[in-house]
Design a protein around this ligand. Sequence first.
Ligand SMILES: NC(=O)c1ccc[n+]([C@@H]2O[C@H](COP(=O)([O-])OP(=O)(O)OC[C@H]3O[C@@H](n4cnc5c(N)ncnc54)[C@H](O)[C@@H]3O)[C@@H](O)[C@H]2O)c1
Length: 258
Amino acid sequence: MAVQNLFDLHGEVAIVTGGAQGLGKEMGLALAEAGASVVVADMNLEKARDVAQEIEKLGVQSLAVQVDVTQKDQVEAMVQKTIDVFGKIDILVASAGVGQWVKSEEMSLEDWNRVISINLTGLFLCCQAVGREMIKRRKGSIITISSMSGIVANVPQPQSHYNASKGAVIMLTKSLAMEWAPYNVRVNTIAPGYMQTKLVEDLLVQYPEYAKLWRELTPMKRLGRPEEIKGPCVFLASNASSYMTGSVLVMDGGYTMV
Ligand SMILES: NC(=O)c1ccc[n+]([C@@H]2O[C@H](COP(=O)([O-])OP(=O)(O)OC[C@H]3O[C@@H](n4cnc5c(N)ncnc54)[C@H](O)[C@@H]3O)[C@@H](O)[C@H]2O)c1
């Protein structure tokens, strides 16, 4: 296959959770630009609809679905809706996630449970429900979104629940990759560093000076632009990465190499 065709996703069907904004939105657009039909799945239906409309302008089909990834019945309904409309699922990007800064000694059980249930349990539920369909067809590529926070503890903001959830997403990714490799279902994770999305901007409102420190600690001396995740996403979704599974694709401006 010629190298430019390795990235072609025409005829493929993708679900992107957390697709209404930020990195999820960029990845949905990227998959659509490569030719895939895209289900934009998010808690925020209004914004998901806006993204689905933007995607349709690219000449592919798109559908907005409201889902809270922590709710098993809603996740299963998202999968069923996709099968009803598109007949199959080839790609899952599990990007729905939340962050919070709170000191461990002051963290409530509610804070802990909320972050773990969205970032880890919700991501598992999505992988499980979609994985079952992919196993039946002996085909699929799942991309989880972890973080460099699953590899290093960020400085200086306190976010032990977030870091623990992302470390667990990396191990979950490898575990699913091992179990589903015999079914030709690949599972890889993208571990981004600091990306300038709403999640990060909302957190920085309280401590704007942290952005300066983050830049200094990053060898490339800047935060990532949200659209910089498009290439890694299409690479992992497509045949361009056909022999990759269980891998952690780090894109962090060099933060974790030093
Ligand atoms: N921005 C960064 O610097 C950065 C770095 C590393 C990893 N990440 C990870 O990337 C992913 C996307 O982050 P982002 O920066 O685009 O965030 P974002 O806040 O811009 O977008 C997250 C999306 O997830 C949705 N969402 C939240 N909870 C949900 C739930 N329970 N069910 C369904 N949808 C839900 C939100 O509505 C939102 O549209 C997250 O998993 C985040 O942890 C982000």
